[in-house]
Design a protein around this ligand. Structure first.
Ligand SMILES: C[S@@+](CC[C@H](N)C(=O)[O-])C[C@H]1O[C@@H](n2cnc3c(N)ncnc32)[C@H](O)[C@@H]1O
Length: 437
């Protein structure tokens, strides 16, 4: 029996979503086709059937669950050219996966923990160089135009964003906030987003044509991560023609606007070295807490991916409210069998302490994903630079020795934000893929 009102609601929504007779019949037929494909050794075809099956019926039949689990545990054994069918998933390419895993030095420490100390140096130095030029130009110009106002706005932005490190939600309202955010957070968060999209790709869930709704999107970090991944993949495999639409919901118009300006700058400047990835953008400036009253302003559309990256509130009341809104948006906007991608800093998982055990972690994640967000957990890893769940004594020294440095953008941070040390690409996030329960 469901115990809490939320569990009751969840049970009801599960009943409401129980598959129709037609879906069940199609499910049986696809399971049979899957068995035959595997019996004949046609693994790639079996994967395609598995994807169709996932779109048709949930939970998956036992046999399909078994095949799905094997796919998750191992990188694909066959290397196939990506399909060019516009609505088909690309088959993950073994060589591309190996290449990226090696560059990031990804190491599975246990079933839920991955250590990451490397970087894809085919793409990150290019974005860092462009970002440094872009921000430096903006700061130089603003400083020249009105030094006193610039100093005041810059100070406000720095103090406000400093809240992120102290567990206080910033308000992101200073006109210089976008530039300070780009300097301090874009690269590191795009690094996490790249890895999240990489695991989506590895699991065979990327297709040539899909839509993304990014909540509390900031400057569009999730789009940058996706674009960087596709640019890397494009250097190992022939990418099919892509049709990707990216929609941002964000409270601060200036963050969206500067993000788009930087996107254009990066696309033009980096085109010399990287193949530009075309994304179709839509921006909706909206306070998430007003979603219920103002959702009619959004296009009447459902999305294949719904992403929430680094936007879980520190304030307890706002956390509760935001979870209710996220659940509502997921119900309203996620396509059937769409995927929710969550990138969550460890400290934002309620109850997670630095020294929690693997079992406690698993239970806390279950509560976070299933109870707080009403989703079904599909895949999750804690990705950490140190390869440990707990705190290490001198992280700065560890980062200097093991993590890739951000020397160019650190020069801008030194000149304008008074930062004396070099920043590094570091990560301590949960990357979670989930589906509607
Ligand atoms: C830490 S940033 C994360 C940005 C981006 N997702 C990333 O990963 O870099 C949090 C973002 O949430 C936005 N935000 C905060 N409260 C919001 C609200 N009530 N509605 C919409 N966006 C909000 C902020 O403006 C900010 O851009």
């Amino acid at each position: 029996m469901p115990k809490t009102p939320f569990e009751k609601r969840r049970k009801l929504s599960q009943l409401a979503q129980s598959p129709s007779v037609f879906a069940k019949l199609r499910g049986y037929w696809l399971t049979l086709a899957l068995t035959i494909a595997l019996w004949r050794g046609k693994v790639a075809h079996a994967k395609q059937i598995l994807f169709d099956l996932k779109r048709t019926i949930r939970p998956l039949p036992q046999f399909a669950q078994w095949f799905d689990r094997i796919q998750q545990d191992r990188p694909p054994r066959v290397t196939l050219a990506p399909t060019l069918k516009s609505d088909a998933y690309f088959v993950a390419d073994r060589e591309a996966i190996r290449e990226i895993s090696q560059r990031f030095q990804l190491q599975e420490r246990d079933a839920g923990l991955v250590q990451c100390t490397g970087i894809d140096d085919r793409v990150f130095p290019a974005i860092e160089a462009c970002l440094s030029d872009f921000v430096r130009n903006a700061f130089d110009t603003r400083k020249r135009q009105n030094p006193t106002r610039f100093a005041d706005e810059l100070h406000r932005a720095i103090v406000d964003l400093d809240g992120l490190k102290r567990g206080i939600d910033p308000d992101y309202s200073s006109p210089q906030t976008p530039y300070v955010y780009l300097t301090q957070y874009l690269l590191e968060n795009a690094y996490s987003a790249y890895l999240a999209w990489f695991w989506v790709y590895q699991r065979g869930l990327l297709s040539a044509k899909f839509s993304v709704l990014d909540l509390a999107a900031g400057p569009g970090t999730v789009a940058f991560g996706l674009s960087l991944l596709l640019q890397s993949l494009g250097q190992t495999i022939a990418l099919p023609e892509l049709h990707i639409s990216y929609t941002s919901i964000e409270k601060q118009e200036h963050l969206q606007f500067r993000g788009l300006q930087f996107w254009r700058y990066f696309s033009t400047e980096a085109a010399v070295r990287l193949r530009p990835i075309g994304l179709f953008f839509q921006f909706h400036t909206l306070d998430l807490f007003q979603y219920i009253d103002r959702s009619n302003l959004l296009p009447d559309q459902r999305f294949d991916f719904l992403t929430i990256s680094h936007c879980f509130f520190a304030d307890a009341d706002r956390y509760e409210q935001s979870m209710a809104i996220y659940r509502q948006i997921i119900r309203d906007r996620l396509a059937p069998n769409g995927i929710v991608m969550l990138i969550v800093q460890w400290s934002k998982i309620p109850g997670r302490t630095r020294d929690c055990s693997v079992e406690t972690e698993r239970e806390l994640l279950r509560r976070f994903v299933e109870l707080d967000l009403g989703l079904e957990l599909e895949w999750c890893r804690y990705v950490s630079s140190t390869g440990q769940r707990g705190k290490i004594d001198n992280f700065a020294a560890f980062a200097r020795e093991h993590c890739p440095s951000q020397s160019k953008i650190s020069g801008v941070a030194h000149d304008y934000l008074n930062e004396s040390s070099i920043s590094h690409y570091a990560i301590d996030d949960y990357i979670i893929l989930a589906r509607q329960a």
